[in-house]
Ligand binder design. Structure first.
Ligand SMILES: *Cc1c(COP(=O)(O)O)cnc(C)c1O
Length: 359
């Protein structure tokens, strides 16, 4: 007989490793295709030499660097083992009973329902609008006495759509101050809205202590393999996050690489301009071929293929292009290097594929 395990965990699918396709192009995880910059590689090598020592559990140097970069206090910043760990910690600091509710849009980041359930709370999923954006009015209306936490993924993974500043401000003003609102800005660096319309969570949070912002070094900063993300919020929220933090889970190599990458951010952020040119090229080609593709403010595009999504993902994998299908909703396509994107477009615009899936 095996030991007792929480029976409710059976509702969470066990992790299934992706199929291995040697030589395939991987456009499935929103990663950056470039390796770390030389300065980051050097910091990584140096930090690895001290691997016998525990990392700084307060991540003091990294938090100080982030505080300078964002013009906030060190007390406003927590770091996590990727921002996905912070997603889980945010449930842990707000929810204490199964009746506690966590509101988020659906479809959105797949970690939200999982961390909600792991945290023993109840997920309240609010469907996206017809144009695949957050339905902020419906989300505000879904707030009850039991609501403890709201995730707003902006821009949204996996649909790529972004909320503008004014609508987000209206929403934040409508939510009761006792509810913590998480603005998950994992793709912030890919937003290209104007300074007036661009929602900057850190700015919105300055006057709203119930707002916490999540950003990550995994996407535009290209350090997905090292696991470093951060939260910006009121000192009380940050203090609570540090209480539930798994000790030493942000390792010294990750801290060193994040500091070096932050220092070299101009070089990294220049790359996002190139990526955005590619994103628009891919989207235009897909639109011209007859696909529906919502505008994207991220490093991926979304194909709302409905019940044909899984089949599309299999067909592309057979052609050596790995994409990320999501149930019966759609397929997410990460923008890679031009030659990788070309390989995807060759598949996507093949007349046989178009006949099967587009239109
Ligand atoms: C990728 C992603 C994250 C964070 O990833 P980490 O690697 O854990 O920092 C968080 N939120 C969204 C919406 C993402 O897509």
């Amino acid at each position: 007989m095996t030991a007792h395990i929480r029976p409710d965990l059976e509702a969470i699918p066990a992790y299934v490793p992706g199929r291995n396709h040697p030589g395939a192009v991987k456009l499935a995880s929103n990663e950056t295709t470039f390796g770390p910059l030389p300065a980051a590689a050097k910091a990584i090598a140096e930090a690895a030499e001290a691997a016998n020592r525990y990392p700084d559990n307060q991540a003091s140097e990294l938090r100080a660097a982030l505080a300078r970069f964002l013009d906030v206090a060190v007390a406003n910043i927590a770091v996590g083992c990727g921002s996905v760990a912070l997603c889980q910690e945010l449930v842990q600091i707000t929810c204490a009973a199964p009746s506690d509710e966590v509101v988020f849009a659906w479809r959105s980041f797949e970690a939200y329902p999982i961390v909600t359930q792991v945290g023993n709370a109840t997920a309240v999923k609010v469907p996206l609008t017809a144009d695949l954006s957050h339905d902020l009015d419906a989300m505000a209306a879904a707030v009850t006495e039991r609501t403890k936490l709201i995730y707003v993924c902006n821009p949204n993974n996996p649909t790529g759509t972004a909320l503008g500043r004014a609508e987000l401000e209206r929403f934040l003003d409508a939510v009761p101050r006792r509810v913590l609102v998480v603005l998950d800005e994992a793709y912030y660096e890919y937003l290209r809205l104007t300074p007036e319309t661009r929602p900057d969570g850190v700015e919105l949070g300055r006057t709203r202590p119930n707002v916490v912002v999540l950003r990550t070094f995994s996407k535009a900063y290209g350090l997905a393999g090292l696991r470093a993300g951060y939260a910006v919020g009121a000192p009380e929220v940050i203090t609570a996050l540090m209480k539930v933090h798994i000790p030493f889970s942000v390792n010294r190599v990750a801290q060193a690489a994040a500091i070096a990458s932050l220092e070299a951010r101009h070089e990294l952020l220049d790359r996002t301009d190139t990526l955005i040119v590619e994103r628009e090229r891919v989207r235009d080609a897909l639109l011209a071929a007859g696909y529906r593709v919502p505008p994207s403010e991220t490093n991926f595009v979304w194909l709302p293929l409905g019940s044909r999504s899984a089949e599309y993902g299999e067909a592309s994998a057979d052609e050596g292009v790995l994409l990320r299908p999501y149930g019966a909703d759609g397929v997410r396509v990460t923008i890679g290097d031009p030659h990788e994107n070309d390989r995807f477009l060759r598949f996507a615009t093949d007349p046989a594929v178009l006949e099967r899936f587009a239109g």
